[in-house]
Design a protein around this ligand. Structure first.
Ligand code: SF4
Length: 181
């Protein structure tokens, strides 16, 4: 209980400690940030680093990051690797199958802007051309620690979400940037 109270903002304990009051926003955001469930989804070499993050040395699950094999149970997509034009349609379809609120982390130079394949006729010059991206993670490839840091930045964004303000974590998202596709 102590750990829970420490991680909730805007919480008040009544004298005696038998009852605690918190806003619904802080409770929902605490639950959301404590269970970031990513879709298992790798496109190229960056996916090896993503898989390493799940393994015992880095142990992503201690942060509540628990990979899911279906988009219907996932709330974040790590786009780990080169986005070829052939894969653009499947990525959009999978993204649409995820329930709201959903988030995207573009992992590595390829997902950010095409990376070393920027000049290729067959590569999308950044996954944000087809789906909205919440966190851009540079590197070729980024290490597992960097992916963890990207999740921490995403959690910071999640903590700003309010029930009243809709699903957007930022004014741009609240205004409908998620309707890009
Ligand atoms: S950014 Fe580098 S490591 Fe990642 S998928 Fe592209 S080429 Fe591979």
């Amino acid at each position: 209980m102590g750990i829970v109270l420490d991680n909730l903002s805007k919480i008040e304990s009544l004298p005696g400690g038998g009852l605690a009051l918190a806003t619904s926003d802080s409770l929902i955001n605490w639950a959301r940030t404590s269970s970031v469930w990513p879709l298992t989804f790798g496109l190229a070499c960056c996916a090896i680093e993503m898989m390493a993050a799940y393994a015992s040395r880095f142990d992503f699950e201690r942060m509540g990051v628990f990979p899911r094999p279906t988009p219907r149970q996932a709330d974040v997509m790590f786009v780990a690797g080169t986005v070829s034009k052939k894969m653009a349609d499947p990525i959009i379809r999978i993204y649409k199958q995820m329930p709201e609120p959903k988030f995207v982390i573009a992992m590595g130079g390829c997902a950010n802007c095409g990376g070393p394949f920027y000049d290729s006729y067959a590569v999308v010059k950044g996954v944000d051309r087809i789906i909205p991206v919440d966190v851009y993670l540079p590197g070729c490839p980024p290490r597992p620690e960097a992916l963890m840091y990207a999740v921490i930045k995403l959690q910071e964004k999640m903590r700003k979400m309010t029930v009243k303000g809709g699903l957007g974590a930022t004014p741009l998202q609240a205004a409908g940037s998620r309707k890009l596709i």
